[in-house]
Design a protein. Structure first.
Length: 276
């Protein structure tokens, strides 16, 4: 990894950082371009974190470092940082980041272990790269909320920049896992975004108080797709990640579904009038 004088970089506009798992796609490209516009130096990392996957998922995750380097370079990145597991997790490593209250709010997903691993690797990457700004997509809102909280509570000198989800023509959010879908599964996957738009329209028409009925209909919609099965659906207050109450102003609808063997996630946010 190239080194440079941090003070001179800050004076010229700072360092922007785009952490990724690799298999770079249009969503990643949009993050790199935004970082390029806002910073004098841009670092893109590629690291498939073994602790945030089950073993089979980790081994199957798509990897093509040469292609990733070409994409990062074409979009204007100055550095591609691709550390090995031993560098990130030396022998005897046992430190993790825990946020008990937030993890309780996510308990229905049963992914506390996953997000705990995400937080520690992001903290380590921030410590190595030392960016002024870090760019994350909105496709995983729980991950983003946890990272923002970690940065705030640990007084990290980095600004988190949330960026809009980039979608394919039929609305499917770009994901490295899309490439692992069979043609019929890829066609089915579009049902996820259709269900999200249904939830938005239904909530705007009938109110957030009917969230249980809305999520039930969403589940039936997604499950009607061939080789599709809902793993988790929620309609919550976008700020607290709790069921919407009278003070709720913005709704987050989140879906995690299995399409064939792949787990795909997506969400949609929209503002509503306060409930009376």
């Amino acid at each position: 990894m190239k080194r440079w004088a941090r003070e001179s970089v800050r004076k010229r506009g700072g360092c922007g950082f785009v952490p990724t798992l690799g298999a770079l796609h249009k969503g990643h490209k949009s993050l790199i371009r935004k970082a390029r516009r806002e910073n004098s130096r841009v670092v893109v990392s590629v690291f498939v974190n073994p602790y945030q996957f089950r073993k089979k998922q980790y081994l199957a995750y798509p990897r093509d470092l040469k292609a990733d380097a070409a994409v990062a370079r074409a979009e204007g990145a100055d550095v591609l940082f691709a550390p090995g597991c031993r560098r990130m997790y030396p022998n005897g490593f046992e430190s993790f980041v825990d946020m008990p209250d937030m993890f309780k709010r996510l308990r229905r997903q049963k992914l506390g272990w996953h997000y705990r691993a995400v937080l520690v690797v992001v903290m380590k990457l921030f410590g190595i790269v030392r960016p002024d700004r870090a760019y994350f997509g909105l496709k995983d809102p729980h991950q983003l909320a946890l990272i923002e909280m970690m940065v705030k509570e640990f007084n990290m000198p980095v600004k988190v920049r949330p960026c809009p989800t980039v979608r394919e023509r039929d609305g499917l959010a770009y994901s490295s896992r899309n490439a692992l879908l069979a043609p019929d599964e890829r066609k089915t996957a579009a049902v996820i975004y259709r269900a999200l738009k249904f939830a938005r329209d239904e909530t705007l028409a009938t109110g957030a108080g009917n969230w249980r009925k809305t999520t039930s209909r969403m589940k039936a919609m997604v499950n009607s797709g061939q080789k599709a099965a809902v793993e988790h659906i929620e309609l919550v207050d976008a700020r607290s990640l709790l069921p919407p109450g009278k003070e709720c102003r913005e709704i987050l609808v989140y879906v995690a579904a299995r399409i064939g063997r792949q787990r795909l996630t997506d969400n949609i946010r929209f503002r509503i009038k306060q409930q009376t």
